[in-house]
Ligand binder design. Structure first.
Ligand code: SF4
Length: 326
């Protein structure tokens, strides 16, 4: 079997929550529960789709080495990510780069953006002198559609949200990693700029062989961008497979619900149940503690679903589903 670029093997992550000094008042929450999926070692986009609170960001943080799994293993090019980072963090970050939802949070507000890019070039040893550094910056900005003559010399707060996020893309173009972990990258930018941003992710894959784990609540953009889709529900993978098959023939009731809530530009077509993708409270309310995690919302739930957790099964054509119906 070919080696994967990225592989999550049975990864779980627990958090202790609750106040008070006594250990008894604390509760353990399993944010991620036995998650397994992989990305092939070729230019590829996987979309990891789920509602708020489904554990998407926890997975992103673990892949980036910002959190360790409680159990299971994350492998990049066949090697354990945490061991790689402990051994040589810069080498790992040269391969795997993040794009966060709010780019502002990662900028030092006291540095002009030129300085931010110069630090990156120095850190990853991308140029040997001032002239080469300047040329690289100007070329990367122009390739992303930013005007260096207008933006260099400014501070991050002087850039619009869209400019800041495209500045993140400039950073990616300079570093040329093998994999981008993009966590809700377009949710804070103007609707008019979202398509341009997605086009850049596609061109990174096609022109520069940069793969992407596109993490989002939005199945609509995933269906445009991704090669395959992984559906995450309350910390568990409930379905995955090639993009076209997931969109055209969803099997898991949760995937069906997500697809039916994508707006259709036809006034005669009514949406099915609209999913509240932002309310953590609504998620807590419906999350089943035992059996299938989706049983509290599933129209097909049976007695068996309330007591027995369905395992992810291969059902052919690179598809897997975790539901007692299959
Ligand atoms: Fe619904 Fe049961 Fe399938 Fe869960 S296992 S999705 S509750 S039918």
């Amino acid at each position: 079997m070919d080696q994967s670029l990225l592989e999550l093997r049975n990864v779980s992550r627990e958090f202790r929550i609750g106040g008070g000094l006594g250990l008894l008042s604390r509760k353990i929450i399993k944010a991620i529960d036995a998650v397994s999926f992989s990305m092939p070692d070729k230019p590829w986009i996987t979309a990891l789709i789920g509602e708020s609170g489904s554990g998407k960001t926890t997975i992103a943080r673990m892949i980036l080495g910002l959190l360790e799994p409680t159990s299971g293993e994350i492998l990049y090019k066949g090697k354990n990510v945490n061991e790689w980072i402990k051994r040589n963090k810069i080498e790992y970050l040269k391969e795997v780069q993040p794009i966060f939802q709010d780019p502002y949070s990662i900028y030092n507000p006291f540095y002009k953006i030129d300085r931010v890019l110069e630090i990156i070039i120095k850190k990853f040893k991308l140029a040997s002198g001032r002239d080469e550094t300047r040329d690289l910056i100007v070329k990367a900005m122009e390739d992303i559609g930013l005007r260096p003559e207008d933006l260099l010399g400014r501070y991050p707060h002087q850039l619009s949200g869209g400019e800041r996020q495209r500045f993140m893309l400039t950073r990616i173009l300079l570093i040329r990693p093998k994999l981008i972990v993009a966590d809700e990258p377009i949710s804070m930018i103007d609707v008019s700029l979202r398509a341009i941003f997605l086009e850049h992710l596609l061109s990174f894959k096609e022109k520069h062989s940069i793969s992407c784990l596109y993490i989002s609540h939005d199945l609509h953009t995933a269906s445009y961008l991704a090669d395959n889709i992984v559906i995450l529900c309350y910390g568990r993978v409930v379905e995955d497979g090639p993009k076209d098959q997931i969109i055209e023939n969803p099997l898991h009731p949760y995937t069906k619900l997500l697809i039916s809530s994508i707006p259709v530009p036809d006034p005669k077509v009514r949406w099915a149940e609209r999913i509240d993708l932002t309310s953590i409270e609504s998620i807590k309310k419906f999350r089943a503690e035992k059996g299938c995690v989706f049983s509290g919302r599933c129209p097909n739930a049976t007695e068996n679903c309330l007591s027995e957790t369905p395992q992810l099964k291969n059902i052919g054509s690179n598809r897997r589903v975790a539901c007692h119906l299959y």
